[in-house]
Design a protein around this ligand. Structure first.
Ligand SMILES: Cc1cc2nc3c(=O)[nH]c(=O)nc-3n(C[C@H](O)[C@H](O)[C@H](O)COP(=O)(O)OP(=O)(O)OC[C@H]3O[C@@H](n4cnc5c(N)ncnc54)[C@H](O)[C@@H]3O)c2cc1C
Length: 376
């Protein structure tokens, strides 16, 4: 029987699910977004590994303008003084149509909105109250409209309000004592890097990632600095600690910078309501150190879509079991990377660099650490 589905949030996870439901045509759905529009002018980059590209191809990602995406061939790993340690080959994970891809987040959102924008997204909708009514869920919005649905999908990010409403306790992600500072560079800004690859520079209590986001040679630049307090007015002082380690970075930090505190979900928890599901960061928010947040958002949307489409019994149980297993694996790797990227002692850095150089060439390590996530 045709179900009615409410997706709360129009980020990468909510829009991916909406696209699959749209193409499948089996159920009715609406995306409810609290903001008045989609962030289409946002220039920052994301990396999508082959696991997510393979899924996006099923909703015609291959039709995207090729000038607006990039396929880096590898990750060049450096110390903070820009001395190369080794390279991780990314081509080994590519398949015919599923290549490791970098792009602007707004390019992905623009693609995901295309088919569903006019009919299926309602803006300015913030959930005020939820209740059960005749075996369905009644959602009341703060503009005094409501909707009676069979399923509610919380796709409203790491601070998910949907979780707070349905689980009846405040959803509290933890601040990871780290801050992300991002910018778009028009050139390598004096750094000795290959701008067609992803560059990772590891320093004392910080690391930097630089990669191309389109064929215009624009580079996404993100610096993660460990710091116990987030104060947007203190970013300059934080960056001084990084520039002290490599004065060539000063030029990159002169660009227009934006900063975010980094949060992660402390514990994965299932939904206590069989008609409510969480996808993307609302299911689990990852540290960005395995570049899998968007990828896992896409995967979780796809997994849930398949269960809803096939009208499986015990959707909740199967979804949580599979999703939490996969999210735990990615989370462990993201946390491990976060730990090793930031060693402050010179001795530990030398040992780490030696091990990275050694393991990056080992097939067994590549298979268990990366291929398991990239799924090919
Ligand atoms: C510094 C940094 C770098 C990153 N780099 C990468 C990367 O390279 N690769 C990668 O894969 N991932 C990366 N990520 C992670 C990735 O961006 C996120 O994991 C992903 O965007 C999560 O998508 P989402 O749809 O679950 O949530 P979000 O993108 O947070 O979207 C949630 C949506 O819900 C809406 N919303 C919120 N509350 C409500 C409400 N009450 N009612 C209605 N709507 C609501 C919001 O307005 C928003 O539109 C990075 C993250 C950070 C912080």
């Amino acid at each position: 029987m045709k179900k009615k589905i409410a997706i709360i949030g129009s980020g990468i996870s909510g829009l991916t699910l909406a696209n699959f439901l749209y193409l499948n045509k089996k159920h009715n759905f609406t995306v409810y977004e609290k903001n008045e529009s989609l962030p289409l002018d946002e220039g920052y980059g994301i990396q999508l590994s082959t696991n997510s590209i393979k899924i996006l191809n099923q909703i015609n990602f291959s039709k995207i303008n090729k000038e607006k995406i990039y396929h880096p061939k590898g990750v060049d790993i450096y110390n903070i003084r820009n001395k190369k340690i080794c390279n991780l080959d990314l081509i080994q994970f590519n398949m015919n149509n599923s290549k490791y891809t970098t792009l602007q987040r707004s390019t992905l959102i623009e693609f995901l909105k295309d088919d569903i924008y006019s009919q299926h997204i309602k803006f300015g909708k913030r959930v005020k109250e939820v209740s059960e009514l005749k075996g369905k869920i009644l959602i009341k919005f703060d503009d005094n409209t409501n909707d009676l649905v069979d399923y509610v999908i919380g796709a409203d990010g790491i601070f998910s309000n949907t979780r707070t409403f349905f689980e009846k306790k405040i959803n509290r992600p933890v601040f990871k004592n780290a801050i992300a500072i991002r910018s778009i560079l028009k050139s390598t800004s004096g750094l000795n890097i290959d701008k067609s690859n992803i560059s990772l520079l590891m320093g004392k209590n910080c690391h930097l990632v630089i990669y191309p986001i389109n064929k215009d040679e624009e580079l996404n630049f993100v610096c993660i600095v460990r710091h116990k307090k987030y104060n947007p007015d203190n970013i300059k002082n934080l960056l001084e600690k990084v520039v002290k380690q490599n004065s060539n970075l000063e030029k990159a930090f002169k660009e227009d910078l934006k900063s975010w505190p980094l949060y992660a979900t402390p514990k994965m928890l299932p939904s206590t309501n069989s008609k409510v599901f969480y996808i993307g960061d609302a299911f689990n928010g990852f540290l960005p150190t395995f570049a899998q947040g968007a990828g896992q958002s896409i995967e979780s949307a796809f997994e849930l879509f398949n269960l809803i489409k096939d009208e499986k019994a015990e959707i909740q149980k199967i979804y949580y079991k599979n999703r939490s297993k996969r999210a735990r694996m990615v989370s462990r790797r993201s946390n491990f990377n976060f730990f090793v990227f930031h060693f402050s002692s010179n001795f530990m850095q030398i040992i780490r660099n030696y091990f990275i150089k050694f393991f990056v060439k080992r097939k067994s390590f590549i298979n268990s650490y990366f291929r398991m996530v990239y799924k090919n």
